[in-house]
Design a protein around this ligand. Structure first.
Ligand code: GDG
Length: 479
């Protein structure tokens, strides 16, 4: 193994994720360039990466066979090539057609195809080999998310000297659902290659430990799994968060403040603005929430002069069939609701199928009186947290699904069961009619929570626990 590392730069920290933290953009001169993605994950990991001479391995999002490492804003990036077949079978297939629905409570039916699985294994192996090549002796490798669950074990086989952490950004399903997966044992064993397996919520970590006990037969005690080879694996919750002060600063800026006023104006200065921002995904509950709002308007509980619903649906996984169908369904619903309920110049729903720069997102958060986040199942949901961070005047109501991970922290939101149409209508109306004092009381408490638990704290606690997890191994082997 050492031979493959000769000549290569070895790094003390390797991040392995499906995607690189950059987007392809076209510059003014027409040339293509890379720009850092605005996401919170990269800003959280960036300081750790700089401190440890880190490198990030991931797919660029395209199908170019470009293989040369490059640097953006001082971040060392190593692109992994994905062939058309791999994009369709690993990314769109096994990751988003099998695992995504299976891990989100079967809201859509997962498809099980053996050739998708074979490609999933193949791609995971390539990522593991690349990480093995780039990691220095005794380095730390942090693997991210459901697309790469086999990497920890594959990597440990290649490099037993490494300290390996894994973090799952989406829910980990109840044992009854996970059992459906024909490759359930391989996935569990893949994850057990890590020293520390992190989840959004304690319930997910418990699901994992229970499955390992039942299906793989390892001894477990609380959050620990004891492997026959003497290794110990810890499974624990690390609820992810956002760059709260960064969002707050953006929300306070003059440009965003002015843009928020402009948005309200453009919407005809309605008394209250409802807002939804989601990837166009069937887990997010967009359809049901718009229906709930539509019913309130058609029944006369809300008037289009008083209230407008702004829904931003960010294009996502457009080649996967479920996603194309969902888009058509929502297009039709919005058309029908606006046709039935809108008046000239005042539509009931202002619907955008697009993505926006971060500044525009912040302006929307500032312009909205009621943020509506109603997923059927969501690992965390950062949009809910971003809304809270942007409410610098301590106002604004959050209507939040009980089934978003964020609901465990944002207890003062108007919590709803997204399957309960009448319950959802009641919550929307209550949030609409709530007294300003009540809204402020709730928002203050939520803002405190987010300020104290930002994404920096999340990354630090994962890295700290990962170091401790390895110490456990060491004391064991020394003994
Ligand atoms: C997965 C899990 C978990 C959205 N539209 C635009 C835009 N965004 C940004 C938001 C937010 C992020 O994308 C979306 O994060 P969410 O958490 O809401 O949802 P998923 O994409 O499903 O994320 C989720 C998360 O991973 C992290 O672990 O919370 O449960 O499903 O940050 O602001 N950003 C920009 N323009 C847009 O149009 N710039």
């Amino acid at each position: 193994q050492a031979a493959t590392r000769v000549g290569a730069v070895a790094h003390d920290l390797v991040i392995v994720a499906n995607r690189l933290p950059v987007d392809r953009v076209t510059e003014k001169n027409g040339r293509a360039a890379w720009r850092r993605s605005p996401g919170g994950l990269v800003s959280a990991i960036e300081p750790v990466m700089r401190a440890h001479d880190g490198v990030w391995i991931g797919w660029s999002g395209g199908n170019e066979a470009r293989l040369k490492p490059f640097t953006v804003d001082g971040l060392h990036l190593v692109p992994m090539a994905m062939s058309e077949t791999e994009i369709s079978e690993h990314y769109e297939g096994f990751s988003n057609g099998t695992l995504w629905p299976l891990y989100h409570d079967l809201i859509a039916k997962p498809e099980f195809h053996r050739e998708w699985w074979d490609t999933y294994v193949k791609v995971n192996r390539r990522f593991a080999e690349k990480a093995a090549d780039l990691a220095a002796d005794g380095a730390t490798v942090w693997v991210h998310d459901y697309q790469l669950q086999l990497v920890p074990q594959m990597l440990r086989e290649l490099r037993p000297d490494l300290r390996i952490g894994f973090y799952l950004h989406i829910p980990f399903p109840p044992t009854e659902l996970f059992q459906q997966l024909p490759w359930r044992r391989q996935i569990l064993e893949g994850l057990l290659g890590a020293d520390l397996v992190g989840f959004q919520l304690p319930g997910a970590a418990q699901n994992f430990v229970r499955l390992v006990r039942q299906r793989v037969g390892h001894k477990t005690h609380r959050d620990l799994v004891y492997l026959p080879d003497g290794r110990t694996v810890r499974a624990a919750a690390f609820p992810i968060s956002i760059d709260a002060s960064g969002f707050e600063e953006l929300a306070r800026s003059e440009a965003v403040t002015a843009r928020a006023a402009e948005i309200r104006e453009a919407l005809g200065n309605p008394r209250k603005i409802f807002l939804g921002i989601d990837r166009l995904d069937y887990t997010k509950g967009i359809y049901a929430r718009l229906r709930a709002f539509g019913e309130l308007v058609s029944e006369g509980a809300l008037d289009v002069d008083d209230a407008v619903f702004v829904q931003v649906a960010v294009p996502s996984r457009e080649r996967v069939e479920h996603y194309r169908n969902l888009r058509d369904d929502i297009d039709r619903l919005v058309g029908r609701l606006n046709g039935d309920l809108g008046r000239i110049g005042t539509p009931a729903i202002s619907y955008m199928h697009t993505s926006y720069p971060r500044e525009e997102m912040a302006a929307l958060y500032r312009a909205a009186d009621i943020m509506v986040v109603t997923p059927y199942r969501d690992g965390m949901n950062l949009v809910a947290k971003e809304y809270v961070a942007c409410r610098i005047e301590d106002d604004g109501a959050l209507v939040l699904s009980e089934f978003a991970g964020a609901a465990e922290e944002l207890r003062q939101a108007w919590l709803v069961n997204p399957y309960d149409m009448n319950g959802m209508k009641a919550a929307l109306l209550e949030a609409f009619q709530a007294q300003p004092k009540e809204v402020t009381r709730r928002m203050r408490a939520m803002r405190k929570q987010i300020a104290q638990h930002d994404v920096k704290a999340w990354a630090d606690s994962f890295m700290t626990e990962l170091e401790l997890a390895e110490d456990v191994q060491h004391t064991k082997t020394l003994r």
